[in-house]
Structure formats: C-alpha cells, structure tokens
Write a protein that binds this ligand. Structure first.
Ligand SMILES: Nc1nc2c(c(=O)[nH]1)N[C@H]1C(S)=C(S)[C@@H](COP(=O)(O)O)O[C@H]1N2
Ligand SMILES: [Mo]
Length: 362
C-alpha cells in the first residue's frame, strides 16, 4: 500500500501535503471509487484532531449557536446518504498547461475526480436546529488544517450561498462507501457539496458560520476563482474574477490508457461524463476522425443526480495512429467547448474541453 492507504500506482503530484490521482483504468472499474483509489487534494498537512475534545461549532447569524460532539451529531439528526462525484477545479489542468504554463500548480490529469456514497447528516438539519437568523445569505466552513500556500498562511475554508447549504443533497459526512471517513479525506467530519467544485467540500470541518457575506478565507476570496487570461496574479486582489461554485459539464476517457495499442482493430473505449450542476448526462459522442463524424456511446445508469455517468463504445479502427475525441451533452442541450485554448486561465481551473486520447492500431 502507498501513503494514506492509497494504491501504489497512484499518480502522486505532491507527497506532503499528499496530492494524488488514480490511473484512468482504475477509475473505470466501478461507479463508486474504491477508497484506496479516490483522489486526494490537500493544501496543508492532515491535522491531528483529539476526538475527546472535538466539537463542531455552529455560530454567526443563528438564533441558537451550538457545539456538537460526534456522538451528539449522530444521535440528534436523521442519517442521510448521497452518492456524489467530487471533482477538483484543477482536474485536467495538464491540458491547460500544454497551452501555456501555469507556474506553482499541479498538472492534474483526468483523475482529480472520484465518486463515493457519502453518509452522515444533512447540513440543513443542523442549520435548522440552530435557527437561521435575519440577514443570513452564506454559510462558511472553517477547517483545522493550516496551509502554507495561502497568503498569509491560514486554515482551509470556504462558503456556499445559503440556498445551496439548505439543499437536501448537502451533507456533513463521516462515512464514505459505508466505511468511516479516512483521515486524509477529512475525518472526523467533512462537508460534501454535490455538484460544486471539490474545494467547497471542506475537510476536517470544525466551524460552520452563517453570515451575510461569502467567506473571506484565501481559498474562497483569492484561490478557486476564474480570472481573465490576462490577469497579473500579483496584482489581482481578493474578490477578483468569478468565484467558482457549480461544476461545468465535463467528460474524459478512462479506458484504454493513453498510448494503448489495439491490435485487433476493435477499441473498447470507456469513460466518465459529469454534469455536476445540470442534473444528469444526456448523451456522449465519440469521434475517431477529428470531429468529422461522431458515434453515440452507450450510457451506464445515472446512479444519482449528483454522480458522474460511465459510458462505453466499441470502435473499429484501421491500422495507424488515432486521436479519439469525446464530448458530453446535458439535458439542456449544452455541450463542452472544443479546445482548452479558449479556456486557459491563470490558475488553471475548469478545463472541460473535448477529451482527447491517442491510441495506435498496428
Ligand atoms: N480542510 C480542507 N478541505 C479541503 C481541502 C483542503 O486542502 N483542506 N481541499 C479541497 C479541495 S480543493 C478538493 S478538490 C477536495 C478534495 O477532497 P478529497 O481529498 O477528499 O478528494 O477537498 C477540499 N476540501
Ligand atoms: Mo480542488
């Protein structure tokens, strides 16, 4: 086993803090990602937490501020489960970096995305118990891990608008695929905000604050924002650009692996598509001729409105090198942009261009 109980074949972008994604083929194996393969994105070291004294505080614009122990959370609120895909805003950044360098950021491939059956309680129930006060518009989450990457160094945090926080799919989770939440994924309790970028699903949660404005944490106010391509990062202050929330429609290949040979001329091709915010994937097209013609992939069931959808197709390919393309469509008839060129941004977020994969058939 590798670090933090992960597979040895994880693609490790950083050891400390641990940042790693699974190989494509491993993600292809099941709609829920095994815990030893689920990607990890952390901005600071896994914090040490004393469970005897740990309390989850709920404060700010609430009528009844509270502090809950893990046992009290379990006893007081109804259990809830949601199967949801988590995707980092930096997923597929490597393709943006091929357009133009993005210094200081990890070159994530297509695997900064994974799916789990999350278990815990609804954030809404915990907020209801506190009683939302006058002027409330955002719910901020504060964690205990200190990130040296933030300016100044500070614990990780973020927020979501009150309406999302009160949606039934948003959980305070302590189980993943029926197992206790592993330390590296945020134990004892993390937030899970289905359909939103991974950064809003705050791990090692210790404080929930209801407030009038979004969190002023570095990872909400400065990082995880979509900036115009010509922005000078040294000049852009907090609040610049678009605060990332809902995940844009995306898809990628999971099988075969990049560079695979398919001697028989049949290529069994599979991948994922994720309509984070759109409620489901309606169609996936695959092309072997640069987008001249497209075939529609077969779609596996949509396990939950908040999960990705696996797809597969068999292609007959003549001998030679091929570049395969894939693009998903949502139920609104929207599809993905063609090229990462039009999406490049200084922090390398939100690449959802058509997926590309090279295979060779001798
Ligand atoms: N406390 C804390 N929460 C965090 C982070 C972090 O560094 N610290 N990283 C965020 C980001 S950017 C992502 S993509 C997800 C990744 O969750 P995972 O490591 O469980 O896959 O956690 C989010 N929550
Ligand atoms: Mo992320």
């Amino acid at each position: 086993m590798g670090l933090w109980g992960k597979r040895r074949d994880m693609v490790v972008h950083e050891e400390d803090p641990y940042n790693a994604e699974p190989p494509r083929q491993v993600l292809a194996q099941a709609p829920c990602t095994p815990l030893d393969a689920f990607y990890v994105r952390s901005h600071g070291p896994v914090p040490r937490i004393d469970l005897d004294t740990w309390r989850l505080r709920v404060d700010g614009l609430v009528e009844r501020p509270a502090a809950w122990s893990p046992a009290q959370l379990r006893d007081r609120f109804e259990p809830a489960e949601v199967t949801a895909t988590l995707q980092c805003a930096g997923n597929r950044r490597a393709e943006l970096m091929a357009v133009r360098d993005i210094p200081g950021e990890a070159p994530w491939g297509p695997g900064a995305i994974s799916t789990a059956r999350w278990g815990g309680v609804r954030l809404r129930d915990v907020l209801d118990a506190a009683g939302i006060g006058e002027g409330a518009a955002h719910v901020a989450f504060a964690a205990t891990d200190v990130s040296q990457r933030a300016r100044p160094a500070q614990p990780f945090g973020g927020s979501v608008p009150l309406a999302k926080a009160l949606s039934e799919e948003v959980l305070l989770a302590w189980e993943m695929n029926g197992e206790p939440l592993p330390a590296v994924h945020g134990a004892p309790v993390r937030v899970v905000v289905p359909g939103w970028i991974g950064a809003r699903s705050v791990k090692w949660l210790h404080r929930i604050s209801v407030q009038a404005d979004p969190s002023d944490n570095y990872f909400q106010a400065t990082a995880y924002r979509m900036l115009p391509a010509d922005t000078d990062l040294d000049q852009a202050g907090p609040g610049a650009g678009i605060s990332l929330g809902p995940v844009p429609l995306n898809c990628d290949f999971l099988s075969p692996d990049a560079g695979t040979r398919c001697p028989s001329g049949h290529a069994e091709v599979a991948g994922y598509a994720f309509a984070g915010y759109g409620g489901g994937v309606a169609r996936v097209d695959v092309s072997a001729d640069g987008g001249g013609t497209w075939v529609q992939a077969e779609l596996d069931p949509q396990v939950s409105p908040w999960s990705w959808r696996m797809w597969r197709v068999t292609l007959e390919l003549p001998a030679g090198e091929h570049e395969l393309l894939a693009r998903a469509w949502d139920f609104g008839g929207a599809t993905q942009p063609e090229s990462p060129r039009s999406l490049w941004n200084p922090q390398g977020y939100g690449n959802n261009a058509w997926a590309r994969l090279r295979v060779s058939c001798p």
